[in-house]
Design a protein around this ligand. Structure first.
Ligand SMILES: Nc1ncnc2c1ncn2[C@@H]1O[C@H](COP(=O)(O)OP(=O)(O)OP(=O)(O)O)[C@@H](O)[C@H]1O
Length: 257
């Protein structure tokens, strides 16, 4: 699914958040949105999800104006949104409810997707009985089970420790390779953007405009991002962080608009 942001402007009660943003996200492309906290990244994601409307401009999916949420465009948040009273399999199966699939068949498919994200054997566990990383694995299974054409990820691994985050990034990349959705990824983690993205858009503070765009399609990437040291330094510089002062990527949280 191609997502098109056309001359998008957004303001909330006089607060200008997005200024003249235009970009096409091609079908199957993974574009990461990076920028200071509060600059409007989630707002752009919410427009693609159909949860917010632009104040001016047009938000299109495959050339048609987005009128509201649709299961073809799936949003996934940092805080896992699993229902605590449902098992992991029931949570994943729930995503198929709108398709009116037989409940037993939905549970069977849910078990298959849980297996794909390394949760075989945990189908009947409740969310509180597994780790945060496992909950996000289940959330990934739930996001993919309905074969979304566009996946809108808002800091999906932001609450996880660095090691767990990397294993989840590997799982996500594998799922994306198999399913091929268009992906918009909001992240504060520059390394996550470098590892996963085909393209990185770096935004200014509010009102958000694109400061620079980085293309990474020609690279086959590993978690050893040393070849991207220059690009990483440049992105952090654009965000007002000097590499020599950088203690962790969490610092990005403190760059207030
Ligand atoms: N529904 C809303 N009503 C009013 N203001 C809003 C609404 N949604 C977002 N905002 C405001 O728009 C600005 C941008 O918010 P947004 O969540 O898009 O930023 P962000 O770049 O995703 O931030 P962060 O990186 O901290 O998640 C913020 O000042 C926020 O308070």
């Amino acid at each position: 699914m191609k997502l098109s942001f056309q001359n998008i402007e957004k303001e909330f009660s006089g607060l200008r958040v997005i200024e003249n943003f235009s970009r096409d996200i091609e079908s199957g492309e993974l574009v990461a949105l990076v920028g200071p906290s509060g600059c409007g990244k989630s707002t752009l994601l919410h427009m693609a999800a159909g949860l917010e409307t632009p104040s001016a401009g047009a938000m299109l999916a495959d050339g048609a104006s987005i009128q509201g949420p649709h299961p073809e465009r799936t949003l996934m948040f940092q805080e896992n949104a699993l229902y605590p009273w449902l098992t992991l399999a029931q949570n994943v199966a729930l995503a198929l409810e709108f398709q009116k699939i037989d409940k037993q068949l939905a549970l069977k498919q849910a078990a298959e997707w849980l297996s794909k994200v390394n949760l075989k054997g945990f189908e009947n566990y409740f969310p509180h009985q597994v780790s945060g990383g496992m909950r996000q694995r289940a959330a990934l299974a739930r996001a993919f089970i309905s074969h979304p054409k566009a996946l809108l990820l808002d800091e999906p691994f932001g609450a996880l420790d660095a090691l767990t985050r990397m294993t989840l990034q590997d799982a996500l990349r594998q799922l994306i390779r198999e399913a091929g959705p268009t992906v918009l990824l909001v992240t504060h983690d520059v390394d996550e953007a470098l590892f996963l993205a085909d393209r990185i858009l770096v935004f200014s503070a509010r009102p958000a405009t694109v400061l620079k765009e980085f293309n990474l399609t020609q690279h086959e990437k590993t978690h050893d991002l040393s070849e991207f040291a220059g690009m990483r330094r440049e992105i952090l510089g654009l965000l007002g962080i000097h590499a020599e002062h950088e203690e962790s990527t969490a610092i990005l949280e403190e760059v207030e608009a």
